[in-house]
Design a protein around this ligand. Structure first.
Ligand code: BES
Ligand code: MN
Length: 438
């Protein structure tokens, strides 16, 4: 093992150079203009796998392609499936980036670029680990399948289909994913729970065009105002979601888990300070970690409509809209939650406006049992690699495909985050520590 670690040290600059190349590709999955870039990222990964001698294929989907690479030592050995995503989130607001998002900048031991932590840097660490093992030892005592997709940030709809159609090829004993974060710097963590997600967009329409607010205002319903009225009725003063039935399927938190969360070294003051918050606000009766990891939520992701440009424009807009994400916990399903959301909004909306919906996919939450296959080995590996025991955490983000591994392949996922919670995933100046990478 020492010579493997030596190989890694000796190749640090090469590894970083490959990371930089990958980060230069603007593989934004949500934006059609970047479809070719997504393919370029996939092709770049194919090259990397070829260089280290894995059998690799580009597999087409209805959307961005999947990269499937295999190392088979012996069919009788356990197979580990390593999953990651080469797609990234959009970059705006662009003006808040210190340097352009796809021109990676290294400052000390930190690399800045969109996708640095989420998820290119994190999965590349696994590819490089396999490279080092194969180059130095010639073989590994397991089979390894790499499954890298380009639509995680769009809910992985096409990957789900791919998995259902290719179960045999993807058969594995365990899935390993580094797309979460450590609880704190230097505190390696195993994440055993992720929230699910259900996204929605609503559009409220009033008059058939924008109108002069002086000529028509007073007699014509304003869709932006009606949108606000709808939004204001989605939660009560206690921070509870008011959609009837929303909590019906929620499995309540157990006492042992509430105690375990409370025992983690979480500093609420520090949390507020880092975000420049005057106070925190959430569902009453639950701690900060409970609210973020184990309770369902509804967030407005954006509100739009009317004139928001420079100066004033006295207009009564013809329409207004908003995007929402609801985070789910076991046993909520995105289908049911979406139906409840639509029914409720439809019911509370005034009859003088038209409301339409545009859902965009979702996923169920996942909890990995503590006695999952290879969980103990993961703990041992982390002890060796980091010199300390991992803490067990849950997280509030979603990795839509993880539940599919459990349900379709019968494999549990070990979520071993290498990044930090403040790596600015989805935000300007996303970064990844090269120490975490190494
Ligand atoms: N890496 C995140 C998931 C994550 C974030 C896990 C924070 C743990 C903590 C992933 O890339 C992601 O952002 N997923 C999306 C999925 C959605 C767009 C369907 C998310 O959670 O918003
Ligand atoms: Mn992400």
């Amino acid at each position: 093992m020492d010579s493997v670690l030596q190989y890694i040290q000796d190749h640090k600059q090469d590894f970083i150079a490959d990371l930089v190349e990958l980060l230069r590709i603007p593989s934004i999955s949500a934006q059609r203009d970047h479809a070719a870039d997504c393919r370029r990222a996939a092709l770049y990964l194919i090259d990397l796998f070829n260089q280290i001698g894995l059998t690799v294929e580009l597999r087409e989907t209805a959307g961005h392609p999947i990269v499937l690479a295999k190392y088979v030592n012996d069919e009788r050995l356990p197979t580990i499936l390593i999953y990651g995503h080469y797609d990234v989130q959009p970059v705006d607001p662009l003006d808040l980036w210190k340097t352009p998002p796809f021109e990676p900048r290294i400052e000390g031991e930190t690399i800045y670029a969109r996708g640095a932590t989420d998820n290119k840097g994190q999965f590349l660490a696994h590819i490089k680990a396999v490279e080092a093992l194969l180059k130095v030892q010639g073989e590994m005592p397991v089979n390894v399948t790499f499954l890298l997709e380009g639509e995680e940030e769009c809910a992985s709809g096409n990957l789900e289909k791919f998995i259902k159609e290719n179960k045999d090829e993807l058969r594995c004993d365990v899935v390993v994913v580094s797309d979460t974060s450590m609880f704190a710097e230097g505190m390696p963590s195993i994440c055993y729970g992720l929230r699910g997600i259900c996204t929605e967009e609503i559009r409220v329409e009033g008059p058939n065009q924008d109108l002069h607010s002086g000529i028509y205002g007073g007699a014509v319903p304003n869709p932006a105002e009606e949108l606000c009225r709808i939004i204001a009725q989605l939660k009560d003063a206690e921070g509870r979601i008011t959609i009837p039935g929303f909590y019906d399927d929620v499995v309540p938190m157990e006492e042992w888990e509430r105690e375990a969360f409370a025992a983690l070294p979480f500093d609420e003051k520090q949390f507020k300070k880092a975000l420049d918050l005057n106070g925190s606000h959430g569902e009453s009766g639950y701690s900060n970690l409970e609210q973020r990891w184990a309770r369902p939520t509804l967030e407005i992701n954006g509100i739009f409509g009317g004139y928001t440009g420079e100066g004033s424009k006295t207009v009564l807009p013809g329409w207004a809209g908003a995007k929402f994400s609801m985070r789910l916990v076991p046993n909520q399903t995105p289908e049911t939650i979406d139906r409840l959301f639509q029914n409720y909004v439809q019911r509370i909306a005034a009859e003088y406006v038209k409301v339409s919906f545009k859902p965009s996919g979702g996923a169920k939450a996942v909890v990995v049992p503590r006695d999952a296959l290879f969980m103990d080995e993961a703990v041992e590996a982390i002890k060796k690699g980091f010199g300390r025991e991992p803490v067990f955490i849950r997280e509030g983000g979603s990795i839509p495909i993880v539940i599919t591994y459990q349900e379709e392949l019968g494999a549990n996922t070990l979520l071993i985050g290498l990044g930090q919670a403040d790596d600015n995933a989805h935000a300007p100046n996303e970064k990844f520590s090269l120490r975490d990478f190494m």
